[in-house]
Design a protein around this ligand. Structure first.
Ligand code: M6R
Length: 610
């Protein structure tokens, strides 16, 4: 969490940094700050503000300052409340050094006590401020050396950028566990936690690895390890568009991303399906395909929405392959004492490719000898780089904090991966071809659901007064129930619980009364009759029911209070359609409540702390 952006060049850094912060705001949005220096006068603009980047922007504009290099930060609070003094950049006692940080300094209390004994005065509750004072304490004429030495003394994770008025036109950046990418422009350098922050200026990038440091100055960049050994790295050109950075007339990014989903599916499958042979082609997995075929077990590890995609993937793999498939929260997997070998595959599923728990789970699996795979959206992200092989979503940036289009993309691609493995292990060409034909119809089906948006909006309005919701689904639709409930709670702050419908009788049914509505996923399939029984049980207890049902099902209309129809596809793909109305229901519900949909309270898009 937290977003870092730096610029050094000939342009005025201030608008570039503010614009970069806006693109990073999904990483945290409780406070922001900037330090920009003008090389000629050595004057500094140092401004911080509580709240969103727009608040900082207002303050900065009133200064009319121009500075040709600088650093800026948007924060998601870990240590200390979101106040101006806790916002970054942090300074040292001399007020000449400015430092921004993403990550956690775990030994900050010990370091702080020692520095206080030496006379350093702290003004914030943060762990980061310690690093600013530590560099000051270690500074003996050589800025790079002081930074290197200080980083050697801290425990924890960091992506940092630091500047000093006594060492003009130098920005030092370094990382351990938090992403930092350098953009190489024409006569200018940028650095950020995410390429999105600077992709407008350059698509030539250098990825810093852990325990690497870079000195950016006027006309060159020097990369070293933390012992100051030189490391040679050439910029890579990346294929990442700026598409997605405006709302294209939609009220929120989330709504835009929901409506993008027909395209998201097309992007996920483009060039990856060979219908005549009933197989998929995934170039990213080819180098390890033999190892994949030898796997005895595959575990999906991920968090949040990506976890629910993995849960769905488990059912798909069970149906299409002969692999033993498991799914685990990355935050749990990382501390389990698992015996893994080369016959174990661990697939990290992540939109951002930076989620700390998912990354830690992956590293643990790698340490134990498993084949580590990735299903990631952000190109060049840490997870994408640390896996043995993987598949990209190619869904473009997802800006809304609530994940929508990436869930759909992940679910589609999990089908493609399962098809790739299944077809080599006994899945018939007929079944493969049938799956491909149905996958190709998904964009049209999704369009049909989206055209029905007004109906879903009216239903959301009708249920606005309710404070609790139960979401139920069975088998393949159980992950969708979980995801629907997550969507509602994260953006509307209303309590929603997802449950496998069969579990309802084992506890949750006691909650049901006229004030506790249920969203039941009741599309056609072999568990349809079972879920209808569950609906009847709810109705018998005066519970209201909103059903997601298959177009043309006139029977279910008679027993539920409200109904949202979706087109029919084969049962393994049906959850991909069923989730769309749940996204829209959550969206409209939150919008009617006036919630900050793209930036819900307390959340951040990319969770880079444990
Ligand atoms: O970037 P990742 O897919 O690894 O993120 C995982 C979760 O943090 C994420 O899905 C989160 O749950 C979203 N807010 C859900 O909408």
């Amino acid at each position: 969490m937290c977003g870092i952006i730096c610029y050094i060049g000939k342009q005025n850094s201030v608008p570039i940094l503010i614009e970069g912060l806006k693109r990073l705001e999904y990483r945290g949005y409780d406070s922001a700050g900037i330090a920009s220096l003008d090389s000629e006068s050595n004057n500094v603009l140092f401004v911080k503000s509580v709240g969103k980047v727009s608040e900082l922007e207002k303050k900065v504009k009133s200064h009319k300052f121009k500075g040709d290099y600088g650093i800026a930060h948007t924060r998601w609070a870990t240590h200390g409340k979101p106040t101006e003094s806790n916002a970054h950049p942090h300074t040292d006692c001399s007020k000449k050094l400015f430092l921004i940080h993403n990550g956690i300094i775990e030994n900050y209390e010990v370091l702080k006590r020692e520095l206080e004994k030496k006379g350093h005065r702290f003004v914030s509750d943060t762990d980061t401020e310690v690093l600013a004072h530590l560099i000051e304490d270690n500074l003996d004429g050589n800025f790079e050396d002081a930074v290197r030495k200080s980083l050697g003394m801290v425990e924890g994770t960091f992506g940092i950028a630091v500047i000093h008025r006594d060492f003009p036109r130098k920005i030092i950046v370094a990382r351990r566990g938090s992403p930092l990418i350098i953009g190489v422009g024409e006569g200018e350098y940028l650095a950020a936690s995410d390429v999105n922050a600077f992709i407008r200026y350059t698509n030539r990038v250098i990825y810093l690895n852990d325990d690497e440091m870079a000195l950016l100055n006027d006309d060159n960049i020097v990369i070293t390890d933390l012992n100051l050994n030189r490391i040679s790295k050439e910029p890579e050109t990346i294929d990442w568009s700026v598409e997605g950075d405006d709302k294209k007339g939609f009220k929120h990014f989330m709504l835009k991303e929901i409506y993008e989903q027909p395209k998201t599916v097309e992007n996920a499958i483009r060039g990856r399906l060979i219908e005549g042979e009933g197989i998929s082609k995934l170039g990213g997995l080819e180098p390890v395909i033999e190892k994949i075929m030898n796997l005895k077990k595959l575990t999906f590890v991920s968090c949040g929405t990506s976890f629910y995609a993995g849960l769905y993937g488990k059912y798909i793999f069970e149906r299409l392959t002969d692999l033993d498939v498991y799914v685990d929260y990355a935050s749990e997997f990382r501390y389990r004492n698992l015996k893994l070998s080369e016959y174990d595959g661990v697939m990290a599923i992540s939109q951002s490719g930076e989620t700390a728990d998912t990354l830690a789970a992956l590293r643990e699996a790698k340490r134990k000898g498993a084949l580590v795979l990735g299903l990631v959206n952000v190109v060049g992200s840490t997870i994408a780089k640390e896996t043995d092989a993987g598949v990209y979503c190619h869904a473009g940036p997802e800006i809304g904090v609530a994940s929508t289009k990436i869930f759909v993309s992940q679910c589609v691609i999990l089908n493609l991966i399962a098809l790739l493995i299944g077809r080599r292990k006994g899945l018939s060409i007929f079944d493969g071809m049938n799956l491909i034909r149905e996958i190709k119809k998904l964009p049209e089906h999704i369009k049909t659901i989206l055209e029905n948006g007004n109906v879903i909006r009216d239903i959301a309005r009708k249920y606005l007064s309710f404070k609790d919701f139960l979401y139920i689904g069975r088998h393949l639709n159980y992950p969708v129930a979980m995801e629907g409930a997550l969507k509602l709670k994260e953006i509307s702050y209303v309590h929603a619980e997802g449950y496998p419908a069969g579990e309802m009788k084992h506890g949750p049914i006691s909650l049901i009364d006229e004030n506790f509505p249920t969203v039941a996923i009741a599309t056609n399939g072999f568990t349809y009759e079972k879920i209808v029984s569950n609906i009847q049980e709810i109705k018998a207890r005066n519970g209201k029911v909103i059903a997601i049902a298959t177009e043309g099902n006139t029977e279910i209309e008679k027993i539920v209070d409200d109904i949202i129809f979706v087109p029919e596809t084969i049962d393994i793909l049906q959850p991909i359609l069923n989730v769309i109305p749940l996204q829209l229901f959550a969206y409209y519900f939150a919008d009617f409540k006036g919630c900050d949909i793209d930036k819900p309270r307390n959340l951040a898009k990319s969770v880079t702390v444990e």
